[in-house]
Ligand binder design. Sequence first.
Ligand SMILES: *Cc1c(COP(=O)(O)O)cnc(C)c1O
Length: 357
Amino acid sequence: MTRATRARINTDALRHNLTRARAMAPGAKVMACIKANGYGHGLVEAAQALSGADAFAVACLEEAMEIRSAGLAHPVVLLEGIHRSTEVATVRDNDFELVLHDQAQLAMLEQAGIPLRLWLKVDTGMHRLGFSVADAPAVRERVREGGLAEGPMRYMTHLASADEPAGTPDPRGQIDRFLELTRDWSGERSIANSAGVIDWPDSHQQWIRPGIMLYGVTPFVDRSGEAVGLRPAMTVTTELIAVKSVEKGGRVGYGGGWSAPREMKLGVAAIGYGDGYPWHAANGTPVLVNGRPSRVVGRVSMDMITVDLSEHEDAVVGDPVTLWGEGLPVEEVARHAGTIPYELLCGVTRRVKFDVD
Ligand SMILES: *Cc1c(COP(=O)(O)O)cnc(C)c1O
């Protein structure tokens, strides 16, 4: 039997979500985040579907080169900048844009002496990448004096907890610090990730940087993409490969951590952690069988899961099982698996067949 496990990528949904992002941030340009293989959807496939974006953002030079190799001439922003001076020529030859976020990079650019398109990154509270608010003005001066920037310099910061209702640091404080710092600087600004696009209008500025929302998913634990007008771009499905009954008290799966409360019907579906379905998916994690709600029982195996068919009297081998996507928000699955939707989307493995339509 060929493996029925599939990830269907709905490019209409990607286009729809881009339109939605634009509508939420009128007037702002869109830097579509397609790092990490387009959040698992396929880097080139995502870039092509999202070609209406004003720019793409990726994590590294390899990802940027894939976009160019696919024939897309958009501006491409390297969110982590470059890591060695030998990369300068590739950046210049392909007209990539760099996020400049620390002193070692600054020294590299000074040594190269070739002006590049730059985003100066300021750390307003996340304490990951970026120059401190105190250091940023001096760095800006060095870039200007050294003639290191091709065209106007631009400014960026990143929100640490815009997705948490009572997050720390408070997005309000980060946004205010950034706007205060850059108030007298001419040049475009960018603050908003998806959470900023959806919830923080004054983070929109000239460029928004949506990622997860373009794939139809929100970063919020309490709101699905559908609730904010998005459509899921990835739907993961498989089939039942066995249907059986288990007696009352029968233990299911590795470790026997779940036992049947009564005699009941079970199904085995062809997906497991070897496909990127999370091992941490707890008993009760929702799935759909024939489009109707069911749930995982027992531990996730490498290639299989067991599902409760007690309310699926008609279910037979070969019936479709949906793990997430259309009809079943990945946010909900992530919650049951103790993870975030980002990880589930990025983690679908190579043996799953991708259908792009
Ligand atoms: C990934 C990333 C984004 C997009 O974040 P989402 O939460 O997926 O919208 C924006 N900005 C930076 C710097 C990023 O690394």
